[in-house]
Ligand binder design. Structure first.
Ligand code: ADP
Length: 360
C-alpha cells in the first residue's frame, strides 16, 4: 500500500510564496542552550502549573514566617517542563544560596562532600536526575538530609574510625523524570513532592509571547498559537522552536516579525508536523510498524532498532506518544494504535490482543 507522507504540500500552500530554505538537520527541540537566557527568575514569572505554584507559595510563606529551613522537596515530570526553573526560583524567593549538582556525575560520596560542607544555613542543594544517584552516594546523603550530619570514615583496618560531622541545616530539591525509579528510603526523605505535567496550549502561548519580547522580536498571536500547539506541551521545545523561527523571520520579514505564515514555513522546514511530532517521534512509530509489525515490542528492542538509548526513548519520545494515544503500553510491550497508524497515513491493523489490559 502506498504510504502517504505526513506532510502534505496542500496543508502548507501559503509557504510556497516564501523563499526556499535549506533543511535544518541540526535542529534539536530538546537542546538546553536557551534555558538560562529565558528562565523565569521569580515565582510570579512562572507561567502555568497553577496548583503547584500556589502550593509552593504557601510552603515558602510558611517557611519565611517561621524563620525555618524549607523541607526537602522532590519535583518530578518530563524533561523541559520547569523542574530546574522552580529549583532556581525557590532559593531566590527565600534569599538563600543555591548549589547545583547532578545525580549521574556524583560517582562516590567524596564527590558529594564539598556540596554538603559548603551548604550555608537554609541554602538549597539542587540535585538533578536524583534517580541516577549511585547507592553509596544515596546512603551518604540520608543522614545529611535527616539529621544534618555525615559520617566520615577515616583510616583503614585497626586504625579505622568514623567521625560524625555536623552540617548546616539545608534543603535538598531533587528533580527526576522517573519518580518510580527512586528508592523508597530516598522518596521518604522528601517532605514535599510535586508533579509537573505538560502545559496547556494557552500557557505555552503566553510563554512564547513573553519570550519573543525577551528575544527582542515581535510575534503575531496566530504564530504564537501555532508554535504553542506544536510544542508537545513543553516550554523548552516551545522556546527552541521560537528561536529557530526567529532566525527565519530575520531572513524573510522586512522587520523580522514572526508572522503565522513564517511560523508555518519554519515548522515545515524543521519537520514538526501538525500534531507536534518531530522526526524522531515519527521514526519511532515507523519502526514499530516496519520492524515489529505494529507491536507489541519491548522498549529495548525498539531502542536497539533505532540506535537510540532506551532512556532517551522513555524520557523524550514516549511520554508524548502515549499521552496523545498514538502508542499504548501493554504487558507485552509497546503497540501502535489506530490513531498512530492513521497519523502515518497507513491503514490500521486489527488489534492483535483484543481485550488485553492496557497499562497506559
Ligand atoms: P526541566 O528542568 O524540567 O528539564 P527547565 O526548568 O530547565 O526544565 O525548563 C526549560 C526551559 O523552559 C526554561 O529555561 C524556561 O525558559 C522554560 N520554562 C519552563 N517552565 C516554565 C514556566 N512555568 N514558565 C515559563 N518558562 C518556563
Amino acid at each position: 500500500m502506498a504510504r502517504e507522507r505526513v506532510f502534505r504540500e496542500d496543508q502548507h500552500q501559503e509557504s510556497h510564496k516564501l523563499p526556499e530554505l535549506p533543511e535544518m538537520n541540526d535542529f534539536d527541540p530538546n537542546k538546553t542552550d536557551l534555558d538560562e537566557e529565558l528562565r523565569p527568575q521569580l515565582l510570579q514569572d512562572v507561567i502555568g502549573q497553577k496548583q503547584v505554584v500556589d502550593r509552593l507559595k504557601i510552603i515558602l510563606d510558611a517557611t519565611r514566617k517561621r524563620g525555618d529551613v524549607l523541607g526537602h522537596l522532590l519535583l518530578d515530570g518530563p524533561p523541559g517542563i520547569g523542574k530546574t526553573t522552580l529549583s532556581t526560583v525557590i532559593p531566590r524567593e527565600l534569599g538563600v544560596d543555591l548549589q547545583v549538582a547532578a545525580g549521574p556525575v556524583l560517582d562516590a560520596p567524596k564527590d558529594l562532600l564539598p556540596y554538603l560542607t559548603n551548604a550555608t544555613e537554609g541554602s538549597v542543594l539542587f540535585i538533578d536526575e536524583i534517580h541516577r544517584l549511585r547507592p553509596a552516594v544515596e546512603e551518604f546523603l540520608y543522614p545529611a538530609m535527616e539529621d544534618f550530619r555525615i559520617d566520615i570514615a577515616l583510616g583503614e583496618g585497626l586504625n579505622a574510625r568514623t567521625i560524625n560531622m555536623p552540617l548546616k541545616r539545608f534543603t535538598v530539591i531533587g528533580a527526576t523524570t522517573r519518580a518510580g525509579m527512586l528508592t523508597a528510603p530516598m522518596r521518604d526523605r522528601f517532605v514535599y513532592r510535586e508533579h509537573l505535567d505538560f502545559y496547556e496550549s494557552e500557557d505555552l502561548v503566553e510563554i512564547v509571547t513573553r519570550n519573543a519580547k525577551k528575544l527582542r522580536t515581535t510575534i503575531s498571536p496566530e504564530a504564537a498559537a501555532g508554535i504553542a500547539c506544536r510544542s508537545q506541551g513543553t516550554p523548552r521545545k516551545a522556546n527552541n522552536i521560537l528561536r529557530r523561527t526567529r532566525d527565519f523571520a530575520t531572513l524573510i520579514h522586512p522587520t523580522g516579525e514572526i508572522t503565522s505564515e513564517i511560523a508555518e514555513h519554519a515548522l515545515k522546514v524543521l519537520e514538526i508536523d501538525p500534531l507536534g511530532l518531530e522526526k524522531q517521534d515519527r521514526r519511532y512509530l515507523q519502526t514499530l510498524v516496519d520492524i515489529f509489525n505494529g507491536g507489541p515490542a519491548g522498549l529495548n528492542a525498539i531502542a536497539h532498532s533505532m540506535s537510540i538509548p532506551p532512556d532517551t526513548l522513555e524520557d523524550d519520545v514516549e511520554p508524548f506518544l502515549l499521552r496523545t494515544g498514538l502508542v499504548q503500553r501493554t504487558p507485552r510491550g509497546r503497540v501502535i494504535t489506530t490513531k498512530g497508524y492513521r497519523h502515518l497515513g497507513l491503514e490500521p491493523k486489527p488489534d492483535p490482543f483484543p481485550g488485553m489490559p492496557r497499562l497506559f
